[in-house]
Design a protein around this ligand. Sequence first.
Ligand SMILES: Nc1nc2c(ncn2[C@@H]2O[C@H](COP(=O)(O)OP(=O)(O)O)[C@@H](O)[C@H]2O)c(=O)[nH]1
Ligand SMILES: [Mg+2]
Length: 224
Amino acid sequence: VAKTIQIGKSVFAANDDVAAANRKVLGEAGTLAINVMASPGAGKTTLILATAKALAPARVGVIEGDIAGDLDARVVESQGLPVVQVNTGGGCHLRADMIAAALPELPLSALDVLFIENVGNLVCPAGVALGEGRKVVVSSTPEGHDKPLKYPAVFREADAVVISKWDVAPYVGFDLEAYLGYLRQLSSSVPVFRLSARTGEGMSDWVSWLQEQVRTNGRSTTGS
Ligand SMILES: Nc1nc2c(ncn2[C@@H]2O[C@H](COP(=O)(O)OP(=O)(O)O)[C@@H](O)[C@H]2O)c(=O)[nH]1
Ligand SMILES: [Mg+2]
């Protein structure tokens, strides 16, 4: 069973203050934290695992956010990655205090990248800082091309957008032009990666972008 943290009452410090403290801890460790936000079933866990493999020898850890259970954390653990499960007890997004509780359970200074799989939801996680270095929104082709139009807040703040399950796009009538049209009204320059974590198509551009984010995250300047 994976390490699991149950969050009861929220701490009283403002979320942004705790997020700032998390950012400092992550910065000192030289770990780039990526807040992964998406609907349930969009392919977050599958993407994180495929990406961790592709990023090797860079070292990857994971925080799994769920309302209940540790299914994803056990899958991640079975792949040999350090992981902590955070259960929100019903809450529809992670908060900074939950990340603060999880960070001491991870070998941060040995990790280049920490994926934070947020609770599956395109509404609640928007605007909630965790202390992450980058925010990534994943939306899968079977969910349809209207997601940026319907859930603007989360897309507006994204540092990158992943269109996942590209392998099934032709079968589900996904209209890329319409999707990009909606997205560009919110964010004119956010990088967009079309990929399939299942077939590997499109993974290399996404992985290159992440490697660039790691390079510019501060570890490279440590001790110089
Ligand atoms: N066809 C296809 N299915 C995928 C892909 N990525 C994930 N899935 C499937 O989508 C379902 C949900 O994936 P999961 O990673 O658990 O989504 P999460 O709930 O966002 O973490 C699973 O049945 C996966 O096998 C993909 O690239 N292509
Ligand atoms: Mg998952």
